[in-house]
Design a protein around this ligand. Structure first.
Ligand code: GLU
Length: 472
């Protein structure tokens, strides 16, 4: 039997960490089993569904490298099918019309709340006589159609949590078709999962309470339900619900923050799944190979942004320069496209072991692309002494005399100059760095000088000496 799984987002919001993880696990399961990964847009909530959200969800999936098989299914195309199925259940007396208005239901709900008893629809309309029903229908009173939950128990074997049992008496007669003719999630999901031939439903455990309802529907329709696997909740490091700060942001936000799709993909796979050893940096192929539902934990997963940063840094460091350059363009085209490509490749080679996110190249290392406008006071206090100006002028002279402007020659020139002056090399290195970058923190100075190039270095040293001394 071919494995067929699906990801079924509602386009009422962005694709967040939880949804992305669900999509990835489904995709991995399909890949591992040489099956199909399908996409279904659950857009029956016309009020809240937005086309831009669908676009954004698709863009996010593609950014993560998740592609889907077969055509995308839009639930809004199937409205007639949902209606037909509901009326079939109605005819078979597995469903019934409910004429209770939202106001009446609210009164009952509030009453239950006051009495502190759990609310469940009280089957008022199931008790109506045929005549009463006829009268209400012909009077034009709007009605919804409810599923008649049978007595007994609903038991299923969850592929993550094991055996799960629900007493049907705890499940209310849920609505299948609303009075405006739109289907509810429960009905649409069962209809479509069946029609699409879905074999495994892998989704967040916030859907656990929907599963018995859906199994009851499968039974009523007379079809074998698919298998279910519910994924553990994702929490923040404080073990509370994910907050915006802790990663409850859209997947596209990760792109905007300078994360690599490969890193985010790898990171998300480890939210609730483990390959069974301590390895964390795994290629897509390795993940596919070792992925299994047995490897999914029952325990809540923790979204740790510090770990994501670390992992992203590892990915940046191991990414080839050409690809990293492409990623920079993808990250901020306006900024990086104005920079000469071969210069950019040199910059990337130097910075890639030291950055965790691409935005750091712009935010912390702007000196690669423009002269510092100011010089950090703390740095100056620490390293700019009485004789520094003189030393810088000497080293500028020496550097401008260099024929071959490469790391070894640059290092030798600076060290020799220090020796001749009878001072430690540090007394030159730190101030030179301040002149070139505005601070005393940067990648290795000799490499930095070689990347910036002779002309820029000489100009910056001269300008800095003027500016620093006049502002001292
Ligand atoms: N549209 C539902 C959601 O976004 C899908 C639930 C399911 O996978 O059955 O949560």
């Amino acid at each position: 039997m071919e494995v067929r799984v699906r990801f079924a987002p509602s386009p009422t919001g962005y694709l967040h960490v939880g949804g992305a993880r669900t999509a990835i696990f489904n995709w991995l399961f399909a890949k591992k089993n040489k099956g199909k990964f399908l996409l279904r847009i659950e857009d029956t909530d016309i009020q809240r569904s937005r086309e831009e959200m669908t676009e954004e969800i698709l863009e996010s999936l593609l950014w993560l490298g998740i592609n889907w098989d077969e055509e995308i299914v839009y639930q809004s195309d199937n409205l007639e099918e949902y209606r037909k199925l509901t009326y079939r259940l109605l005819e078979e007396k597995k469903a019934y019309r409910c004429f209770c208005s939202p106001e009446e239901l609210n009164i009952r709900k509030n009453r239950a709340k006051k009495l502190k008893i759990p609310y469940k629809y009280d089957r008022t309309c199931l008790k109506l006589s045929d005549q009463e029903k006829e009268n209400l229908i012909s009077s034009g009173k709007p009605f919804a159609i409810r599923f008649l939950v049978p007595e007994g128990k609903t038991v299923f074997e969850d592929l993550v949590y094991g055996k799960i049992e629900f007493n049907n008496s705890e499940i209310e007669d849920f609505i299948l078709l609303r009075s405006d003719g739109t289907p509810t999630y429960q009905l649409a999901v069962v209809n479509d999962d069946n029609r699409m031939g879905i074999t495994h439903i892998i989704r967040g455990d916030d859907h656990l309470s929907n599963t018995p309802k859906q199994i009851l529907l499968y039974n009523a329709i007379g079809i074998e339900p698919p298998l279910f696997a519910h994924l553990p909740l994702i929490l923040g490091v404080d073990k509370k619900r994910l907050s915006k700060r802790q990663g409850a942001v859209s997947v596209m936000e990760f792109k905007k923050k300078g994360y690599l799709p490969e890193a985010v993909f790898n990171f998300l796979t480890l939210l609730g799944w483990s390959p069974g050893n301590d390895r964390e940096i795994l290629s897509r192929d390795e993940i596919i190979k070792s992925f299994s539902l047995e490897g999914i934990s029952k325990k809540c997963a923790v979204f740790d942004e510090v770990k994501l940063d670390w992992m992203n840094g590892c990915y940046i460091n191991k990414t080839e320069l050409e690809r990293l350059y492409e990623l920079c363009l993808e990250f901020n085209y306006d900024y990086f496209s104005r920079i000469d490509k071969s210069y950019m490749l040199n910059v990337l080679e130097l910075v890639k072991p030291r950055i965790k996110r691409l935005d750091q190249i712009i935010n912390d290392m702007g000196y690669f692309f423009s002269e510092p406008q100011e010089y950090n006071n703390v740095s100056l206090k620490k390293y700019w002494k009485k004789d520094t100006k003189k030393y810088i002028e000497i080293v500028t002279e020496k550097l401008s005399g260099l024929e071959i402007f490469e790391v070894d020659q640059i290092e030798k020139t600076i060290r020799d100059t220090a020796e001749k002056l009878g001072i430690s090399a540090a007394k030159l290195i730190h101030p030179v760095r301040i002149c070139l970058t505005g601070t005393h923190i940067s990648p290795g100075l000799f490499e930095l000088i070689s990347v910036l190039g002779k002309e820029t270095v000489i100009e910056r040293l001269k300008n800095a000496v003027d500016k620093i001394n006049t502002s001292q």
